[in-house]
Design a protein around this ligand. Structure first.
Ligand SMILES: Nc1nc2c(ncn2[C@@H]2O[C@H](COP(=O)(O)OP(=O)(O)OP(=O)(O)O)[C@@H](O)[C@H]2O)c(=O)[nH]1
Ligand SMILES: [Mg+2]
Length: 344
């Protein structure tokens, strides 16, 4: 997960560290030269002096601090910018990360025994915290506090993992003690009704389904009525994959939203889609106003760009990450968890 991003950030750390090391060495050299000039007369003593000079310089420099200047990190920052763009991090997020890292590092005084790498890592982590943390709803809090049944609608383009997410979340909610019903709202794709049926049977969750090509709003409406009548806690509503460019299908989604009035609309996309996923999230947010995102297939994503960008670009939190094909491959999103993953 995020292997390439990790590698690129490590390079940035190395670059800044070596720049600062060079700077220190230069200063040490100057000190050394000063010391040699002082060392008079040029006898055998000078040789001894030279040998132990390293030790002496060390103690001199220990007291010294090296200040990181804008010039020191100019090149490494340019390389970082390129690396982040290459990792599919959205432009605004790249700018925000660079701004934050710069602000944190420039003017920082690095004592000899503090590692530059640690300083840089802290600055990067801090920048990531800023772009990953947005105000928003906590999934579990919504489920706990909303009037029942809580209606959750899953939207997104084709094949991103919506149905699998519903199964995973259905299991998670059941394990937490909630009762769940699934609305088979993808009445369009061949095999979609059967697919969710298989998941639901395995998990022991009731599914409400209609005929193929029937109105998805009607199916989801029925599922809500079913849940209301039986005091079921949560309705998880599947929808057919659709592109934000398809006006008719987006209108259909707006109709579903009108009819159902969901408590949560969750946009699902695959982390591997990078910038595309972020752009789509923005479009879906404009069309139906999403409450958060789920990024799937993070197990196959080495770039990490979508994970770093999607919350900042939609101002809506990432709620979960899909980390594989098993029902348990679902991680509740926490910026610290992701940051740890990137730097561990
Ligand atoms: N590796 C991996 N595969 C996943 C993950 N989530 C879903 N998948 C796979 O992605 C494929 C598509 O998943 P679906 O859940 O059918 O996607 P969908 O968005 O419902 O697709 P449509 O209904 O066709 O729009 C399936 O083969 C899933 O097993 C994940 O987190 N990791
Ligand atoms: Mg589906």
């Amino acid at each position: 997960m995020f292997g390439k991003l990790k590698e690129k950030l490590t390079n940035f750390k190395k670059n800044v560290s070596s720049t600062i090391k060079e700077k220190l060495t230069k200063e040490e050299k100057i000190t050394k030269e000063e010391k040699i000039i002082e060392a008079e007369p040029p006898t055998q003593k000078v040789e001894e002096e030279k040998k132990s000079i390293g030790e002496k310089i060390k103690s001199l420099v220990v007291e010294r601090e090296v200040t990181i200047t804008e010039q020191d990190i100019k090149r490494p920052l340019e390389e970082l910018e390129f690396a982040l763009l290459e990792s599919d991090v959205a432009l605004v997020v790249v700018d925000e990360i660079l701004r934050s890292v710069k602000e944190d590092l420039i003017g920082r005084e690095r004592k000899l025994f503090t590692s530059t790498g640690d300083l840089v890592e802290d600055a990067l982590k801090n920048a990531m915290r800023k772009v990953l943390s947005v105000d928003g709803l906590d999934f579990d809090e919504i489920i706990r506090t909303s009037d029942k049944p809580v209606k959750v609608l899953f939207v997104g383009v084709n094949g991103t993992g919506k149905t699998t997410c519903i199964a995973k979340i259905g299991k998670r909610l059941k394990d937490l003690g909630y009762s769940v019903v699934i609305a088979s709202g993808d009445t369009y794709r061949a095999g979609a009704i059967e697919q969710i049926d298989v998941h639901a049977k395995r998990l022991g969750i009731k599914v409400i389904q209609h005929e193929k090509f029937s109105d998805p709003a009607a199916v989801i409406f029925d599922a809500v009525k079913y849940a209301e009548a039986r005091h079921i806690d949560v309705v998880l509503a599947d929808t057919a994959g659709r592109f934000h460019t398809n006006v008719n299908l987006m209108d259909q989604l707006k109709k579903i939203r009108r009819v159902i009035d969901p408590d949560l609309i969750i946009f699902v996309d695959e982390a591997t889609a990078g910038n595309d996923a972020v752009e789509r999230a923005k479009q879906f947010n404009e069309a139906v106003k999403i409450d958060g995102s789920i990024l799937t297939k993070t197990d196959a994503d080495s770039k990490g760009g979508a994970a770093l960008s999607i919350a900042h670009c939609t101002s809506k939190p990432i709620m979960f990450l899909g980390t594989g094909q098993e029902y348990t491959d679902l991680v509740k999103f926490d910026p610290e968890w992701l940051i740890k993953r990137i730097f561990e």
